[in-house]
Design a protein around this ligand. Structure first.
Ligand SMILES: Cc1cc2nc3c(=O)[nH]c(=O)nc-3n(C[C@H](O)[C@H](O)[C@H](O)COP(=O)(O)OP(=O)(O)OC[C@H]3O[C@@H](n4cnc5c(N)ncnc54)[C@H](O)[C@@H]3O)c2cc1C
Ligand code: FES
Length: 280
């Protein structure tokens, strides 16, 4: 089958054509891609691909699209350096390279029958979007679903229409905060950790999915632990520089873990000794 052939060599990029590009914020774009060879790219929420701007370089980028639509690969990229700048500059019709999808994701099914608490900071909402969409695709299987989202300012909020849509019919309890308000901002101001107290969830039956800057994840993990969520049910997505993406080069090593194959998503029970060390 074409899909099996395509995934046979994880080190060889496949060619994907850019279908559509949406500018989310001043430094972030979301792009929809389709495989030139026509074979779907299957992924689970929380997985990433190695995305290549030909002639510039290759970087790990989480999939931000709907897992129910594997014929369309969606990525949200923030321009922070050479490769991400080139990726943010693509136009419809351009071709990029894709390896993957790789890594261990959120494993959203573990939340079935209980509550789901999604906590995102900044661009951390992008890797969490597929998890929210997977839950919404089977909404009756879960209890209360909350999204707590913090951004630096209102102009840096990702997917604002989608946040409204998630909250629209009460399917998701959405709370948003910003570090710095603009004059027209009527919402909350403060850090995302403060939002934990506003979410309604049964700690013992909650799966918490957390993604954002490491300092934010450390504080959110402490707040969730204090509220009674078991460490193995608090999941965090870790970022490290990567080269191969498949456990061969050792570039992404964090103590005994290779982030690309053991993660990027880890339970707090495995990560806590690392989060407690100063170098993180
Ligand atoms: C599993 C995984 C998933 C990721 N998902 C996304 C995503 O969905 N969208 C997205 O925009 N980015 C994501 N990233 C981060 C992205 O890979 C980096 O921003 C990218 O590698 C930077 O490469 P560059 O050549 O553009 O910049 P560089 O020139 O390499 O770096 C520019 C600046 O960014 C800093 N930087 C480099 N890598 C990272 C990093 N991983 N995190 C934070 N700062 C970094 C550098 O220290 C430097 O200051 C993810 C990373 C990992 C490991
Ligand atoms: S990126 Fe090579 S081992 Fe993880």
């Amino acid at each position: 089958m074409a899909a099996d052939r395509a995934s046979a060599d994880p080190l060889t990029p496949r060619r994907f054509r850019v279908l559509e590009v949406r500018r989310d914020t001043h430094d972030t774009v979301t792009m929809d891609l389709a495989a030139v060879d026509g074979a779907d790219l299957c992924f689970t929420p929380g997985q990433f691909t190695m995305l290549q701007a030909f002639g510039v370089g290759e970087v790990p980028i989480s999939v931000s699209g709907d897992p129910a639509h594997s014929c369309r690969l969606t990525h949200t990229v923030r321009d922070v350096g050479g490769v991400t700048r080139a990726l943010c500059a693509v136009d419809p019709g351009d071709v990029v390279g894709v390896r993957g999808a790789f890594g261990r994701g959120w494993q959203v099914d573990d939340a079935e029958g209980g509550d789901v608490l999604v906590v995102a900071g900044g661009i951390g909402l992008a890797p969490l979007r597929p998890a929210v969409l997977a839950v919404l695709g089977d909404r009756e299987a879960y209890g209360r679903v909350s999204v707590l989202y913090g951004a630096r300012s209102p102009t840096e909020l990702l997917f604002p229409e989608e946040l409204e849509w998630w909250a629209g019919d009460g399917a998701v309890d959405v709370h948003v905060t910003v570090d710095h308000a603009t004059p027209d901002w009527r919402g909350r101001v403060g850090v995302v950790t403060d939002l934990v107290q506003h979410a309604r969830f049964d700690p013992a039956r909650t799966l918490a999915l957390v993604c954002g800057p490491e300092v934010m994840m450390r504080y959110v993990a402490a707040a969730l632990t204090a509220s009674g969520v078991p460490p193995e049910r608090i999941r965090l997505s870790m970022e490290r520089n990567m080269r191969c993406g498949v456990g061969l080069c050792g570039h992404c090593q964090l103590r005994e873990h290779l982030i690309c194959v053991d993660g990027p998503v880890f339970g707090l029970d495995r990560l806590r000794p690392l989060l407690d060390t100063r170098e993180l």
